[in-house]
Design a protein around this ligand. Structure first.
Ligand code: PGA
Length: 234
């Protein structure tokens, strides 16, 4: 069975780009991808050839929160997945582990499968803090959340958009550690994806690793033809 491939398009493509993106994917014959467009394009991007994932969501269903989009609203469009706690949300928009916990609860209430992103900074890695940071992020985000379906994306902050990646042994070892923490402390069995500078040259080496259940791709997914080329190398 193919592993999971998610494309995080961030705030990159415009309306015409997205129309082309959809057309390329639909005519490619590739099925089973998970695409994360901007909120703005979620409706237009609906397709029976791939699933959609929101890049974020607001934990309160409705109210006076100008400019926000709630999981409650996303679920009314039948959006299947949502990223939670992407590094850019944590570091640019200062979202906390406690915010992630509220978002997890709201996703579950609204039948959206959360894709919880976790990862250490360069400083945390250099001080041998990686595993501790990941455990903290998991334990707080998943506290008192009764889960049936969830995906974890391990994305080292220092690897996102930099062209740098951990060694294959490190990736495999950290994925195993995440699975152990999920199982032993939280009684959760979850798929764990790797994200951070995945591209056409390294995707085969990453997705062949036994503990890696798939990939979350940023920059290299902006071109739909490159995404398909990567899919064919998994
Ligand atoms: P990148 O981004 O593939 O451009 O490093 C990954 C991500 O931010 O999810």
């Amino acid at each position: 069975m193919k592993k999971i491939m998610m494309a995080n398009l961030k705030m990159n493509l415009n309306y015409d780009d997205m129309k082309n993106y959809k057309q390329v994917l639909e005519s490619s014959g590739v099925e089973g991808l998970i695409i994360c467009p901007s909120y703005l394009f979620l409706s237009d991007m609906k397709s029976d050839k791939y699933d959609l994932c929101s890049q974020n969501g607001y934990a309160i269903d409705k109210g006076a929160f100008t400019g926000e989009i709630s999981f409650y609203q996303l679920s009314s469009l039948n959006i299947k997945y949502s990223l939670i706690g992407h590094s850019e949300r944590r570091h640019v928009f200062k979202e906390t582990d406690e915010d992630m916990n509220l978002k997890m609860q709201s996703c579950l209430k609204n039948n959206i499968i959360p894709v919880l992103c976790i990862g250490e900074t360069k400083e945390e890695r250099e001080s041998n803090g990686t595993k501790e940071v990941l455990e903290r992020q998991l334990n707080i985000a998943l506290k008192d959340v009764s889960l049936t379906d969830i995906i974890i994306a391990y994305e080292p902050v220092w690897a996102i958009g930099t062209g740098l990646i951990p060694t294959m042994d490190e990736i495999n070892d950290i994925h195993l550690h995440i699975k152990r923490v999920l199982k032993e402390s939280l009684s959760i069995n979850s798929k764990v994806l790797y994200g951070g500078s995945v591209n056409l040259s390294n995707i085969s080496d990453i997705t062949i690793l036994g503990n890696v259940d798939g990939v979350l791709i940023g920059g290299a997914s902006n071109d739909p033809n490159n995404l398909i080329a990567m899919y064919n190398k998994m």
